[in-house]
Write a protein that binds this ligand. Structure first.
Ligand SMILES: *Cc1c(COP(=O)(O)O)cnc(C)c1O
Length: 394
């Protein structure tokens, strides 16, 4: 393949060369166990402590409120199942219909085990009705609210500061899956009073296999991983030192470069969006265009299949996705797009473009040069079109 245009950064990102480079000494020189008695391990523990400080600075928490995990899926599971285990069956769990499976599946498991679990709906652009949240919280004790900060498929932002404030008002515990905001908008847990927050290294240029769980001081939950005293007894298992150090570097890069990078990325995304709307008929943008991540564009090409578009673009070296990477492999339309009540003719044609700091103007030009032809070819083959009988879309 001559060329790769990678526009699937909400699925995973390139590891920043700076983050890759800081890891290497920890494989063959500084390979001690941070828990060891000897000084050889002790010096490694100091690097882990410094990394924890950098990650804490990234979200404005205290270092001992940071737990390193193996991924955001583990962070989400720990937050949700750990809280439910601490409080027992009396905890009501309130989540939303558009969460990542790493949140939805644990919530559904807890429901099957007898917990009260509510999935709040969203409107046609993916917004949450906070009055519904209040209504669900009325009369609860130790309820757990888990609502994502930004949606991975559409980029739509939830008003997390307001949600966390409502949780405080009702004495509820608030967790947010903040995977997609990392490096895209500033995160400050002093300003946004969530009790727990999840992030994933590989979504912002650290390696795959390292996650963050922020747990506010005093928050009560049972550890998910048992078997050691690491992470203050909250997450057993020998620390993944190389990835922890790389993660801290990715946090530093994001913290220092966020403003300039995101303005540039937003301009690229907006040019892509405008180009698609100008060059392709019967297209709709999914999500809250007024309140959305700078890097994400979810569009539906009516009357054709998103999978077919992604497949043809893949042949041209262009990487995009349909639904979430975790859901692809099945042809079921995305639960996020369906929850927004997107009309049937558009549900199956939804695709996501997600950018990163490594994308260029030339990438966008390449897509805009090639995508309209792919869409036209597929439309010419499609049995559906603006004139077909809508009752056949079943
Ligand atoms: C990718 C993603 C996850 C899962 O992160 P992993 O580190 O791959 O487990 C969770 N939530 C959201 C919103 C994501 O985009």
């Amino acid at each position: 393949m001559e060329r790769t245009v990678y526009l699937d950064n909400n699925a995973t990102t390139q590891v920043a060369p700076e983050a890759r480079d800081v890891m290497t000494p920890f494989f063959d020189k500084l390979y001690g166990n941070p828990s060891s008695m000897h000084a050889f391990g002790g010096q490694v523990a100091r690097f882990v402590a410094r990394a924890r400080e950098e990650v804490a600075q990234f979200i404005n928490s205290d270092p001992d409120e940071i737990i390193f995990t193996s991924c955001a899926t583990e962070s989400d599971n720990t937050a949700i199942r750990g809280t439910a285990e601490y409080f027992g069956k009396d905890t009501k769990i309130i989540t939303t219909a558009v969460e990542h499976p790493a949140v939805l599946q644990p919530c559904r498991r807890l429901k099957a085990m007898g917990h009260k679990v509510v999935e709040l709906p969203v409107d046609s652009v993916g917004r949450l009705d906070t009055d519904r949240l209040r209504a669900e919280l009325k009369g609860t004790r130790n309820a757990l609210v888990t609502a994502m900060w930004a949606n991975n498929e559409t980029g739509t932002l939830f008003p997390i500061e307001e949600i966390a404030g409502i949780c405080k008002e009702y004495g509820a515990i608030c967790h947010t899956d903040a995977v997609q905001v990392a490096g895209k908008i500033p995160v400050d847990v002093k300003k946004v009073p969530v009790d727990m927050l999840s992030m994933s290294g590989h979504k912002f240029h650290a390696p795959k296999g390292i996650g963050i769980l922020y747990v506010r001081k005093g928050a009560r939950l049972k550890p998910f991983m048992l078997g050691g005293h690491q992470e203050g007894g909250r997450r057993a298992g020998t620390e993944n030192v190389p990835y922890i150090v790389a993660l801290a570097k990715a946090c530093e890069l994001a913290r220092l470069g966020m403003d300039a990078e995101n303005a540039r990325i937003a301009a690229l995304r907006d040019r892509l969006e405008a180009g698609i709307l100008a060059k392709c008929p019967n297209v709709r943008v999914n999500g809250d265009r007024a309140n959305r991540l700078s890097n994400t564009l979810n569009v539906s090409f009516e009357y054709i299949e998103g999978e077919a578009i992604a497949y043809h673009l893949s042949d041209l070296g262009i990487c995009i996705s349909t639904g979430s990477a975790c859901a692809s492999g099945s042809l079921d339309p995305s639960h996020v797009i369906r929850a927004m009540g997107v009309p049937f003719i558009a549900v199956h044609g939804s695709v996501r473009f997600s950018l990163s700091r490594y994308n260029t103007d030339a990438d966008i030009d390449y897509v805009l040069d090639n995508l309209p032809g792919v869409v036209k070819k597929l439309r010419d083959l499609s049995p559906f079109g603006p004139d077909s009988d809508p009752t056949t879309f079943k």
